[in-house]
Write a protein that binds this ligand. Structure first.
Ligand SMILES: [Ca+2]
Ligand SMILES: [Ca+2]
Length: 285
């Protein structure tokens, strides 16, 4: 059963400025350092009905994601989450990528932020190693990835952000499961990699600089030498080449949550202090 929810956010800045949070979802509330922005409702080019051959990058950088091989094209499916479309990946061979530029155009060695809305329909069974896990997105050389797994021995289902600094450092969210859209944030900064679904699960692990930025960014898969295809739906992806502040990341994640009518937690007080103002939060159910 859907619960109706209405929320009003109001920022009162230190200079007395007053700003209502925009209800326009077309643009992200934080654009500094934005290197990739994909939305399933905008700029998706299809052939034969719903086969996706190009997914337009809305960041302004022009890093459009494409796949021209018929069997590997994901599908555009309308009215899946809050009345909005998704790009559906079959878990067998579907992906889109951009081979006109490398991972260095999307992240730096020391920092990145990924915020994305997706649902996993099914997970491959893996043995805990990132290269055996299904990649929601990542680079083809295998240095950065958002991965999901149903563990072969424990059956535990996990969602992780990993960064390779000479070995795989993994921030893993336990208790993840198929069938629900989530706002996922994964980021790297200050020698640490983080993962959060903004529903109480947070995880981190120490991790130094990403060791290689020469792979290509790929959506629906990642490390090209693995059997790592994602089985599920992606509604939106934003990638930044820096570690957003907690306040910035909360703004982006809450915008995406609002757009797809997903649950969000109350923002942490530390994040509010980071905004330098007072945040009045009202929620009615
Ligand atoms: Ca296919
Ligand atoms: Ca390490």
């Amino acid at each position: 059963m859907q619960r109706s929810r209405e929320r009003t956010g109001l920022l009162v800045g230190a200079l007395g400025l007053c700003m209502a949070i925009s209800t326009s979802y077309a643009q992200l509330p934080v654009t500094s350092g934005l290197t990739l922005h994909l939305r399933a409702d905008t700029g998706v080019q299809t052939v034969n009905g719903n086969e996706v051959i190009s997914w337009q990058d809305l960041s302004g950088n022009g890093w459009h994601m494409t796949n021209y091989a018929a069997a590997q094209r994901p599908s555009l499916v309308s009215s899946v989450v809050n009345g909005q479309p998704v790009i559906r990946f079959d878990g067998t061979d579907d992906f889109v990528d951009n081979q006109n530029t490398t991972l260095a155009s999307f992240i730096t060695a020391s920092e990145f932020t990924i915020v994305t809305v997706f649902e996993t329909s099914a997970m491959s069974q893996g043995a805990g190693a990132v290269f055996t896990q299904d990649m929601v997105l990542g680079d083809t050389a295998g240095y950065v990835g958002v991965v999901v797994e149903s563990n072969l021995t424990t059956s535990a289902k996990t969602l992780s952000m990993y960064n390779w600094d000479g070995d795989a450092d993994v921030a893993t969210i336990a208790g993840y499961d198929t069938g629900s859209f989530r706002v996922f944030s994964g980021w790297h900064g200050g020698g640490t990699v983080f993962a959060s679904t903004f529903v109480g699960n947070n995880s981190s692990a120490p991790s130094g600089n990403t060791q290689f930025l020469g792979g290509f960014m790929r959506i629906g898969s990642g490390y090209s030498a693995g059997t790592t295809y994602f089985n599920g739906d992606i509604a939106e992806i934003a990638i930044y080449n820096r570690a957003l502040s907690d306040a910035e990341r909360n703004l982006v994640a809450n915008r995406l949550a609002d757009n797809y009518a997903l649950s969000v937690p109350e923002p942490a007080s530390a994040a509010l202090l980071g905004l330098g103002g007072l945040f009045l939060w009202k929620r009615r159910r």
